[in-house]
Write a new protein. Structure first.
Length: 140
């Protein structure tokens, strides 16, 4: 649960950092670039924490898709940018891709389980040396 909280906070910091970058570029404020750097660094640090429990493909896809969707919506609402049908379709494609990755990924706990089976017969438990292969040495 904490990993998902870290991921959602990473998304929020990414969106804030990206919007700060846009506003800094529009208003030519050098301090805005420093603020952007801080927010993006926090975003990556939290994303790294999320990677500890969430598969990288899932965490990155959710981070990227949600971040792009929120930045796009913020651009429309705050910066008078347009949301064309093609951009909307692209955002839906990102969301679908993140959802498909999440659904097709084995949970981390299951991926790290080691299943040890006992041999049915004690004779099978003996270790056998692998066959040896003689490889001739080539003299230069």
């Amino acid at each position: 649960m904490r990993a998902w909280l870290a991921l959602f906070c990473a998304i929020a910091f990414e969106v804030i950092g990206t919007l700060t970058l846009k506003l800094s570029a529009l208003n030519h404020h050098a301090a805005g670039f420093l603020v952007t750097s801080v927010f993006l660094a926090l975003s990556y640090a939290l994303l790294a924490l999320a990677f500890k429990r969430i598969p990288v493909a899932v965490a990155f896809a959710v981070w990227e898709a949600a971040g792009l969707a929120l930045v796009t919506l913020a651009g429309v609402l705050l910066l008078d940018e347009t949301l064309s049908p093609l951009r909307l379709l692209a955002l839906l494609g990102l969301a679908l891709g993140a959802w498909l990755l999440h659904g097709g990924t084995v949970p981390v706990a299951a991926a790290h389980k080691v299943v040890l089976k006992k041999p049915a017969d004690a004779r099978q438990a003996t270790l056998r040396a692998p066959p040896t292969v003689n490889i001739p040495q080539v003299q230069p």
